[in-house]
Design a protein around this ligand. Structure first.
Ligand code: SAM
Length: 379
């Protein structure tokens, strides 16, 4: 059984965020609709600057950006809820019953910012494992953002019995601590100066601990996640998702591919207006990896595309990750089961014959034919 997809009310989250932001900024205003236009303008301008920094300028060196309260306010009002949603979508891929035998877990959020990834994780966890007890640590180089995160999470989030903050620059210092059950590193890999700076944390993970990495679905950041895979497996970790194997990512064979996924959400009204202003789509994309020291035998293929039209008449196609190579599954376009498959799902298939017709168009493609009556298990 897969974990369910957890839904939350992002209008409510946005309202709670605004109350916390407004208190920090001393705006004395409880609803964003009533915010003075000059304050609103400065918030929008800061969001636009941060958005640029995280997209066009991301591959470059990023300067610390949580210097003033308005930086924290902008991050909270635009990026926080989206990170929560991405985190909850990734959590659905955590192996079933992962925490069924535990009474209490310790979680660490590395480069926590406003605590969005931890909050998304806790909302998910609370719905799926309501009896669990949780203690969490938030680590970041900015004390200002950590203070906001701790206050916000303690007042709005189910669970955490205890939240500690750890102000620490990972480029300067290592974290000395016992093993965590869950380690989260979300949107931080290109800022913390390489994964070497979190090795000491990862090495201490016990056999049932999870490491959850999430990055933006930009070409560079997704490839960064894909490229770290070898380093993780070299130190004894196994990839539980999205890969269904520990081999090198087959997408790295091509210089043009990057592995990323999408999730849809119903964002709050302010985020909607900012997406419109920034000409951003409302769909959220991301790349991710869930790792553990304990591996699982997986006889599945991850679907990497939506249903594609092919150059062959009446034939459609799906791109999947087939352990050693990216594979293409061709099928009759009237095949209802295959047409219903979505990007991100996992397939269990019997052995398939090669599809030689595709070779006429794409000689180097690993192409297979899926007959209409094939027994397929979809997860
Ligand atoms: C893009 S934000 C991500 C915040 C949060 N994880 C999220 O996804 O919403 C990156 C965070 O990493 C922190 N950070 C950057 N470099 C760091 C370092 N060397 N040590 C600790 N934290 C760092 C930043 O202060 C910032 O809060």
């Amino acid at each position: 059984m897969q974990h369910p997809n957890v839904q939350i009310d992002f209008d409510k989250i946005e309202k709670d965020l605004f109350l916390a932001v407004s208190k920090m900024m001393k705006w004395d205003c409880s609803k964003i609709e009533n915010l003075h236009k000059d304050f609103k303008k400065s918030l929008q301008t800061k969001i636009e600057q941060l958005s640029d920094q995280f997209t066009h300028n991301r591959p470059k060196q990023i300067e610390p950006y949580f210097q003033a309260n308005i930086d924290v306010a902008a991050y909270a009002m635009h990026f926080h809820a989206a990170t929560m949603q991405r985190m909850m979508s990734v959590c659905a891929e955590i192996p079933p019953n992962m925490f069924s035998h535990q009474k209490r877990i310790r979680v660490l959020d590395i480069g926590a910012g406003t605590g969005a990834a931890l909050q998304g994780f806790l909302f998910w966890l609370h719905q799926v494992y309501p009896a669990l007890r949780v203690e969490a640590d938030l680590l970041d180089q900015s004390l200002k953002v950590l203070t906001f995160a701790k206050n916000f999470l303690l007042s709005t989030t189910p669970y955490p019995e205890k939240i500690e903050i750890i102000p620490l620059d990972l480029k300067q210092e290592k974290l000395s601590s016992d093993a965590y059950d869950v380690v989260i590193a979300c949107n931080v890999l290109n800022e913390i100066g390489g994964i070497e700076n979190i090795h000491s944390i990862v090495e201490k993970m016990h056999s049932q601990s999870l490491l959850i990495l999430i990055e933006p679905a930009l070409f560079e950041t997704s490839r960064l996640v894909m490229n770290t895979k070898k380093k993780w497996t070299n130190i004894g970790l196994h990839v539980l998702a999205p890969c269904t194997h520990d081999l090198d990512c087959p997408m790295l064979h091509s210089s043009k591919d990057w592995c990323h996924f999408e999730t849809s959400w119903e964002s709050g009204a302010f985020r909607k207006s900012m997406d419109h202003r920034l000409h951003h789509e409302s769909i959220l994309s991301y790349s991710y990896m869930i790792l553990s020291k304990t591996g699982y035998e997986m006889n599945e293929k991850r679907v990497l595309s939506s249903v594609l039209k092919s150059r062959i008449k009446k034939v459609n196609c799906l791109q999947v990750c087939g352990h050693k190579q990216v594979e293409y599954l061709y099928f009759d376009k009237r095949n209802v089961q295959m047409k219903g498959i979505q990007k991100g799902q996992k397939l269990m298939l019997p052995t398939l014959d090669r599809y030689l017709d595709a070779k006429k168009y794409f000689s180097d493609q690993e192409a297979f034919w899926v007959p209409n009556d094939t027994d397929i298990k979809i997860k």
